[in-house]
Design a protein around this ligand. Structure first.
Ligand SMILES: Cc1cc2nc3c(=O)[nH]c(=O)nc-3n(C[C@H](O)[C@H](O)[C@H](O)COP(=O)(O)OP(=O)(O)OC[C@H]3O[C@@H](n4cnc5c(N)ncnc54)[C@H](O)[C@@H]3O)c2cc1C
Length: 193
């Protein structure tokens, strides 16, 4: 049994209604509970208490970030959540940036206190998958995780390790929510088996 925290980054703004992300949050919460895990959910676009969120990271084994792609990355509500919660977490989520004058072998980024914990990205994008993977297309073949390098590094700075990323594509151009839900269920079954 793992303790799993889901950050729901769904938000109503312009042509995003937030419903797909709320739906995928609900799908994961109910499936993971059925699998015997303990799940809590924080909606990023809400009046969460920052200190409580820090404690949730300390108490959780896995954090899932459920969020839409907005302007090539996470929505500002999720970025705000990270800025507020991770910064407040100095001393409990990370000790320092890892360097110390007494030991030059200790490098930047090695000061995380959440060793052994995991995180997972679950993303919704209008861009097709090939836009990320094909070297001839927009993201020049860096892949989904390559595009989210900064986001991965923020979590790894705390000492956490990535689980495989899940992404729904074409969510505006050709939405197929039953297909996306089925694919996410399969992903969750494999990752949390
Ligand atoms: C500011 C901004 C910047 C953006 N930048 C990018 C970008 O850089 N690249 C990119 O690819 N995209 C971009 N987008 C698009 C964005 O990624 C999508 O709007 C977002 O992923 C959709 O997620 P949502 O939860 O808001 O979905 P929603 O808008 O709620 O839903 C999407 C579709 O799924 C359907 N749906 C949702 N829930 C259900 C359900 N339970 N059952 C049946 N059907 C359902 C809806 O009817 C709709 O057709 C941007 C959008 C905004 C607002």
């Amino acid at each position: 049994m793992s303790k799993i925290l889901i950050i729901d980054g769904g938000k109503t703004f312009a042509h995003s209604k937030g419903e797909l992300n709320h739906t995928l949050t609900d799908v994961a919460a109910s499936q993971l509970r059925d699998m015997g895990h303990e799940v809590s959910v924080t909606v990023a676009d809400s009046h969460y208490v920052v200190a409580d969120e820090v404690q949730k990271y300390v108490d959780s084994d896995v954090v899932i970030y459920q969020m839409p792609g907005w302007w090539m990355g996470e929505p500002w509500t999720v970025k705000r959540y990270i800025d507020e919660v991770f910064t407040e977490g100095h001393g409990s989520l990370y000790a320092s940036d890892g360097r110390t004058r007494s030991d030059a072998a200790k490098k930047y980024g090695s000061g995380g206190l959440l060793q052994g914990k995991k995180y997972m990205l679950s993303l919704t994008w209008n861009a097709p998958l090939q836009a990320f993977t094909d070297p001839e297309q927009f993201f020049e073949g860096v892949g989904v995780d390559g595009l989210y390098l900064h986001f991965h590094k923020a979590n790894q700075f705390l000492g956490m390790e990535a689980l495989p990323t899940f992404i729904c594509n074409d969510v505006i151009k050709a939405p197929d929510v039953p297909r996306d839900i089925a694919a996410y269920r399969t992903h969750l079954s494999h990752v949390f088996a």
